[in-house]
Write a protein that binds this ligand. Structure first.
Ligand SMILES: NC(=O)c1ccc[n+]([C@@H]2O[C@H](COP(=O)([O-])OP(=O)(O)OC[C@H]3O[C@@H](n4cnc5c(N)ncnc54)[C@H](OP(=O)(O)O)[C@@H]3O)[C@@H](O)[C@H]2O)c1
Length: 314
């Protein structure tokens, strides 16, 4: 990457821009080409897509139309379940052609390719699916490889005898999932697997009242704004929550289809890394851990016990 984009490091030492713009949710998913172009023009350098979003082609086209060299943009895509027909899972024979189709739609090999969730193949085929990704990486057909929505048992399964450990696990990560994620995060810390957070803004956008961290985010936003009067954007709770995500060493995978908010996300991605105080990061963690609230419930709640915590609405 030649642009001054701010990054985190994968175990391989590859730099990954800490803020990704996804084209799989909300308004962004409906106008992925236009919104993707806006994202790139305003400074976003990490695009998150997936077979299941049916927006891989738009991601590739946005980069080509932007005139920005592909090497300056980090792109993630994912092996989702079958996108046509009635089958819910791929057979093992279908995995490699499905990945090759992603590469064709994008027009390049993505910088990071993930298994979208452990249910895209039959349970008995998950380890072999990971081995197909490993083989493709070893042959230079894929670059970084990783997983998404993997529970402790899924991580343990593929790590056992793995040729390559997953570079990342992309999961719903924010203060209100921290307690539930403890066993996942412990495995990831042990094996150098970077966490990517999707739904990072859930406490502010989807929780009915923001819960107990909201007033803390408000207070911290005010403190940062007063201490740094020359910052290029107004500092609010959204900014603080995204900065908190980065401060915990996690890649934030967010989204917007709105031009003004896309520009704001781009501007956030270039803010200095040290705006949050260590004790503020800790306070958000400690208060967040007292609540369990998740928006995306279809994968991580299956055979993975939930903590008995309040949802923070009281
Ligand atoms: N691996 C998986 O299974 C998985 C699952 C879900 C999502 N993802 C990925 O993660 C991406 C983001 O997911 P998410 O939508 O859940 O992320 P999110 O960051 O929690 O929420 C994004 C939403 O925030 C709104 N927003 C953005 N900036 C804002 C601001 N400054 N103030 C107020 N609202 C703002 C946007 O709405 P507007 O468009 O109205 O601005 C957008 O719809 C997806 O597109 C996808 O790439 C992956």
């Amino acid at each position: 990457m030649s642009s001054p984009v701010q990054t985190l490091k994968l175990a391989s030492d590859v730099q990954i821009p800490w803020l990704a713009w996804g084209n799989g949710s909300g308004a962004a998913s409906k106008v992925p080409l236009e919104a993707g172009l806006t994202a790139l023009k305003t400074g976003i350098r990490h695009i998150d897509t997936a077979q299941g979003y049916r927006n891989e082609g738009a991601a590739g086209e946005a980069i080509r139309k932007s005139g920005i060299p592909k090497d300056d943009v980090f792109v993630t895509s994912k092996l989702s379940g079958p996108t046509s027909g009635d089958k819910e899972t791929h057979s093992l024979e279908e995995v490699r052609p499905a990945i090759q189709e992603s590469i064709k739609k994008l027009g390049f090999v993505p910088d990071l390719f993930l298994i979208h969730n452990p249910f895209v193949v039959a349970p008995g085929d998950l380890k072999k699916t990971w081995q197909i990704l490993e083989d493709m990486k070893a042959a230079g057909e894929l670059k970084e490889i990783g997983v998404s929505n993997f529970r402790p048992q899924d991580l343990e399964l593929i790590l056992d005898g793995a040729k390559y450990k997953p570079a990342v696990n992309q999961i719903e990560y924010h203060p209100y999932t921290l307690t539930h994620l403890e066993p996942v995060l412990a495995i990831q810390a042990k094996h150098g697997i970077v966490t990517e957070s999707y739904g990072p803004l859930t406490p502010l956008l989807r929780h009915p009242n923001g819960g107990p961290i909201k007033p803390i985010l408000t207070r911290i936003a005010k403190r940062i704004a007063e201490a740094n009067p020359n910052l290029p954007i107004p500092i609010d709770e959204v900014v603080v929550l995204l900065l908190w995500t980065r401060a915990t060493g996690v890649v934030a995978v967010t989204a917007s289809g709105n031009e003004g908010r896309i520009k704001l996300l781009a501007d956030i991605s270039y803010l200095p890394a040290d705006l949050l105080k260590k004790e503020e990061v800790e306070e958000i963690i400690n208060v967040g851990k007292t609540v369990h609230f998740r928006h995306y419930r279809e994968h991580m709640e299956e055979d993975f016990a939930l903590p008995s915590l309040p949802d923070g609405t009281a």
